[in-house]
Design a protein around this ligand. Structure first.
Ligand SMILES: O=c1ccn([C@@H]2O[C@H](COP(=O)(O)O)[C@@H](O)[C@H]2O)c(=O)[nH]1
Length: 269
């Protein structure tokens, strides 16, 4: 998907909501556990109930890898379902990959070609030659960790490396990499006070913003300085939406939670 197509969808739906599909078999309604593929059935029900309210889905691959081959098959079925039924939706494999060049190419093939995701999250720690293999894929997007939502972000990311904090170095350096137009960045909603500085460095790049909902981040605080002329934000909520109910009405209640966030987003159009 091109960035222009993503922006068009955002404007049409008046939404920049990304729903995280982090499926934990201990949290989903018990009746689903009797089905052949409970993970996929849970996702399908959530997707069918919420696709008109959000512009992106983000399965975190850890929640699928934890269930071995069945989990990976459920992930493949989920992305295939979204791409077939709702092709306008932007898909994010939250896998946080990155390795030496030839290995990164294989990761990129796995998520962009085999699974046909629109984007994948990567870690910047191994530098340019570990990220550029992802950037080489046309109309695919590489979402690099910049300033994460967790407490541990303060261990390294906000520490100065020379003149600049590490997260600023990551932004300044990567914006000059080959095919940098395919780069997006992860910035946590719990770090809203950093968005003003971040937008000075990357005024137009898309930011994937996890941390609203279960982690306590505020959509309004993020929007204050995070919005760009083309919106430029994908605000993610996972547990706050998909586990709002664990009864038969789970998909309906998830849609109500998604609608609450979408209505807050509508005010920015
Ligand atoms: O900095 C980061 C990077 C990734 N995540 C991931 O986003 C979701 C958040 O889930 P919630 O249930 O809405 O808290 C999850 O997959 C994280 O691994 C993040 O939270 N922070």
């Amino acid at each position: 998907m091109t960035t222009q197509q993503l922006v068009a969808q955002i404007k049409q739906k008046k939404s920049f909501l990304c729903i995280g599909l982090d499926v934990d078999l201990e949290k989903i309604p018990k009746h689903l556990l009797n089905l052949e593929d409970p993970i996929f059935e849970f996702n399908k029900a959530i997707i069918d109930a919420t696709h008109h309210l959000c512009v992106a889905y983000k399965p975190n691959t850890a929640f699928y890898e934890a269930y071995g081959i069945k989990g990976w098959q459920a992930l493949a079925k989920t992305i295939t379902y979204i791409n077939k039924e709702y092709p306008e939706i932007f898909t994010i494999a939250d896998a946080k990959r990155g390795d030496i060049g030839n290995t990164s190419t294989m990761y990129a093939k796995a998520f962009f070609e085999d699974l046909a995701f629109d984007s994948v999250t990567v870690a910047p720690y191994m530098g340019k030659d570990s990220v550029e293999p992802f950037l080489a894929f046309k109309n695919k997007h590489t979402i690099m960790l910049a300033l994460t939502s967790n407490e541990g972000a303060f261990d390294f990311q906000t520490k100065k490396v020379g003149e600049l904090e590490l997260y600023k170095q990551v932004l300044e350096t990567s914006k000059n990499w080959k095919n940098a137009e395919n780069l997006m960045y992860v910035v946590g909603a719990t770090k809203a006070e950093y968005f003003k500085e971040i937008r000075k460095i990357i005024p137009t790049s898309f930011l994937l913003v996890p941390g609203v909902g279960a982690q306590g981040g505020s959509l309004q605080d993020v929007c204050k300085y995070g919005l760009s002329e083309n919106i430029g934000l994908l605000i993610n909520s996972s547990r706050g939406i998909i586990y709002a109910s664990n009864s038969d009405d789970f998909a309906k209640v998830a849609a109500l939670k998604a609608k609450e966030l979408q209505q807050q987003m509508e005010l920015y159009f």
